[in-house]
Design a protein around this ligand. Structure first.
Ligand code: SAH
Length: 373
């Protein structure tokens, strides 16, 4: 039997107001529901005692609050937690919690698998299955709070949310944007714009579209200072080369009155980690609202790459700083449970769409066009 009840976690406040109105209810019911859901963490309608009984019965019949189901949970020695979550009978995706002093970051997924085919990322090896729904994206934050022992009124368990799990968030624009709105809503999770980071491999039309829609922190996976190398590492670069990508980034900052874009740069031994490449990177970004986040490569089975040596990482960092661009090195967390960047694999058995590569570039472009319209 298919369940046709709507999962309320996927509705923004205006959408929920419209939904309530259609059923003859008053729009303020949507505010009450948001409060129960996001401030109290309540998932059972019968417990929402300030809602009229008839309305609660209607909710029971037509709506639900469904969280992703946990398949496995692994706790790392450093406090990092990784969950594998069920997408359906065969598919799964991953979510990671990274506590770090006063800061605690939840890393969430936007797709089951990924179609971008970046050569150094283990998610890419899995292929792409499907987009997560807005409810599944919001549901990750809801579920993580619950797993961490959320109590009503306490919104400090998770200070930051980053879209750096499985998937390319901008290839799932139509679900990611409403999910971001729910996370930002002051009656929703009420995250500040600076603590909500969307990371993209560089889908230029979607970055431009995002600039018209929403103000969040933008991170861009750059990984190389020139087009030849970047096209090898991040195949989408063949469609949207670096100059075009940077243009879109600066446009985003202008439009959204943002602070700066974070450029992620995974350091691969002997590939993109020379001092000359560091200087070229600094030259690209100097004078712009940009920060560099260097990520020591996290290996996975079958990869051809190696992590840069500590002295190369240090030298690279120094050169970027000397070139006049702010830079930091990301600390590797949770690697004993394969929860570090690029190690999230979930379980993607049914690859309805294959990876990007040269052959399949049209697939991603098609998806992108759909999400922009
Ligand atoms: N698709 C989005 C978000 C997911 S990946 C994006 O590309 O930005 C989050 C970050 O981890 C990206 O910067 C990605 O390039 C990086 N990453 C991927 N594989 C990695 C690996 N094996 N080691 C270190 N970082 C990796």
């Amino acid at each position: 039997m298919t369940d046709t009840r709507v999962n309320l976690l996927g509705l923004t406040r205006p959408q929920l107001e419209a939904w309530v109105l259609e059923r003859g209810g008053k729009p303020f019911r949507a505010r009450q529901l948001f409060h129960w859901l996001y401030k109290r963490g309540e998932t059972q309608f019968e417990a929402m005692t300030d809602l009229a009984k008839a309305f609660r019965q209607q909710l029971e019949a037509e709506a639900e609050v469904r969280l992703p189901q946990v398949v496995t949970r692994q706790d790392a020695a450093d406090g990092t937690i990784k969950w594998m979550l069920r997408a359906d009978d065969t598919q799964a995706f991953e979510m990671v919690y990274i506590p770090d002093g006063t800061r605690s970051t939840l890393c969430i997924s936007s797709q089951v698998g990924c179609a971008m085919d970046c050569s150094f990322c283990s998610t890419a090896q899995q292929g792409f299955n499907r987009n997560l729904t807005a409810a599944e994206i919001v549901g990750q934050v809801f579920l993580a709070q619950k797993e961490l022992g959320f109590e009503a009124g306490d919104n400090r368990l998770i200070s930051n949310v980053v879209f750096m799990g499985m998937g390319e968030p901008l290839a799932n624009f139509r679900n990611v944007v409403p999910a971001l709105r729910i996370m930002l809503d002051d009656l929703g999770f009420d995250f500040s714009r600076r603590r909500l980071t969307l990371s993209t491999s560089g889908l230029v039309p979607q970055i431009n579209k995002l600039a018209e829609e929403i103000n969040v922190a933008l991170a861009v996976s750059l990984h190389a200072p020139d087009d030849e190398l970047r096209s090898q590492l991040v195949p989408i670069n063949r469609l949207h080369p670096i100059a075009e990508l940077l243009q879109a980034c600066w446009h985003y900052i202008d439009e959204q009155n943002g602070r700066s874009v974070t450029f992620e740069y995974v350091l691969l031994d002997g590939i993109n980690d020379s001092p000359a490449q560091a200087r070229a990177l600094a030259k690209l970004l100097k004078g712009h609202p940009a920060k560099v986040n260097l990520i020591p490569f996290n290996p996975f089975p079958g990869t051809q790459y190696r992590r840069s040596r500590p002295e190369s990482i240090k030298a690279f960092l120094d050169q970027v700083l000397k070139g006049g661009v702010m830079a930091t090195v990301r600390r590797t967390r949770g690697d004993d449970i394969d929860a570090a960047c690029g190690q999230l694999v979930g379980r993607v058995i049914d690859r309805t769409t294959s990876r990007l590569g040269n052959r399949n570039i049209a697939v991603v472009v098609e998806n992108s066009a759909e999400s922009v319209s």
